[in-house]
Design a protein around this ligand. Structure first.
Ligand code: UDP
Length: 422
């Protein structure tokens, strides 16, 4: 597990690029070494606002050791802010995803001031800086910029609150490049380069590695998840965009037709203060179902548990109303499980309807329930979707592909030629 040393996150997991050879093959590994050769000795820093409980942390956690392994000295710093700062930034996040926002001058001031204060703790003498998401976006204003800065935005920017975007755009335009996860998230009228990089998962992490039957049984027992009935699972922060309440509605319909259990597993991210509010709302709505043992809510942060739940569930749901990419979908597909998910954001990049899973309209509760029942009642279909989904992830969404994309970007920004190593 990663740990913090001041504002630095230490995350050496001991894995190397060589460990991925058996999964992705010689050609991909050779290509990565080739792209990395011209970057040897360069120093890079990633900055975001949490080292756990979310897709961004998940990716940086695996990327940093691999970048170091291929010869790029890579550091990871975490912006420290108080709850009121993260309340503001969660509102910014929601508004970037389309929720109208009235942001006060005091809130803007808190946002910018927290970044200014954090900048005094930072020593940036790197060759390149990568800032993730809106929380540390204004940092660029307070650091003497001597190198390329990249803003890597992971949220769905297709329909932001326009006034907020105008406010943030002043910071964004100070960057050399903006990177998003989907073509639809590129912004018009930006005098800067915008690039698309798809997210990815680490097949060797605790979240995704193979587990033995004994490990799975031990984890489920530890968290009180019985397996006497088929499990339907959604792994997601308790967040309105993940629609846990909609999942409950789907489950109620399915439960009338077949004996099953719902698990909602969502750890609490330190940079997401809304989590407990949403959790309590779900808990209240599911009170009777929880008492009957039909619904299980989990808030633990345990990557192995997520892995185990994804492996044993008959169906994985991702009923998001909005989704930057949806790494939980990638993770579940990698386990060969049938996934039923909303046709929003980055999910259709991963699920081809009827081929690698099923897509549903995000507000269509009945339609989603029908698909769940269809998959539960046809194991052959479940197996076919799962097998195709896993192969789709192997080809497109593994961390080695993400590493290669980053290396291309660094080579372009740092003007390094790509030399073939001898
Ligand atoms: N996650 C987790 N424990 C939980 C809930 C989520 O480890 O209880 C992880 C999940 O496995 C995935 C990430 O958090 O790796 C969520 O990424 P995603 O892109 O799906 O959504 P985000 O939270 O970034 O909006």
């Amino acid at each position: 597990m990663p740990f913090m040393d001041g504002i630095t996150c230490i995350c050496d997991n001991g894995r190397t690029l060589e460990d991925h050879r058996a999964i992705v093959g010689d050609d991909i590994i050779r290509e990565i070494y080739r792209k990395a050769a011209s970057l040897k000795g360069k120093r890079i820093v990633h900055i975001n606002s949490t080292y756990q409980s979310g897709g961004v942390a998940e990716m940086i956690l695996s990327l940093v050791p691999l970048m170091n392994d291929v010869g790029i000295e890579t550091h990871w710093k975490i912006l420290n802010g108080h709850t009121d700062f993260f309340t503001v930034t969660k509102n910014l996040h929601n508004a970037l995803q389309g929720q109208p926002l009235q942001i006060s001058e005091a809130e803007k001031d808190l946002y910018v001031r927290t970044n200014r204060d954090f900048s005094t703790l930072l020593e940036i003498d790197h060759d390149l800086v990568i800032i993730h998401d809106p929380q540390p976006l204004p940092l660029i204003q307070f650091c003497a910029k001597k190198q390329p800065w990249i803003w890597r935005c992971h949220v769905d920017l297709s329909k932001p609150d326009e006034a907020l975007w105008e406010f943030l755009k002043d910071f964004v335009l100070q960057y050399d490049r903006m990177v998003v996860s989907h073509e639809d998230y590129c912004r018009a009228n930006m005098a800067m380069e915008q690039k698309i990089v798809r997210p990815a998962i680490d097949p060797l992490s605790d979240k995704n590695r193979e587990l033995t039957d004994g490990e799975i049984a031990g984890l489920l027992a530890k968290y009180g998840v019985p397996t006497d009935r088929p499990l339907i699972t959604q792994i997601s922060r308790f967040d309105k965009w993940k629609d846990p309440e909609g999942v409950l509605e789907v489950f109620k319909i399915v439960r009338e037709r077949t004996d099953c259990r719902l698990v909602l597993c969502g750890s609490m991210a330190p940079d997401d203060p809304e989590g407990w509010t949403i959790y309590r709302r779900v808990e209240e709505k599911a009170k009777d179902l929880i008492e009957q043992g039909d619904v299980i809510l989990i808030t633990a942060e345990d990557h192995l548990l997520v892995n185990a739940l994804q492996r044993v569930s008959v169906v994985i749901l991702q009923k998001s109303l909005c989704e930057g990419f949806g790494l939980t979908v990638t993770e579940a597909l990698w386990k060969g499980r049938p996934v039923i998910a909303s046709r929003v954001g980055g999910i259709p990049l991963q699920i081809e309807d009827g081929e690698t899973g099923f897509l549903v309209d995000p507000t269509d509760i009945e339609g989603c329930a029908r698909r769940v029942l269809q998959v539960i009642e046809s194991p052959d279909l479940a197996e076919r979707l799962g097998t195709a989904g896993k192969e789709h992830v192997r080809r497109n969404f593994l961390i080695t592909r993400l590493l290669a994309d980053y290396l291309d970007m660094l080579n372009a920004e740092l003007g390094c030629g790509q030399e073939i190593p001898t």
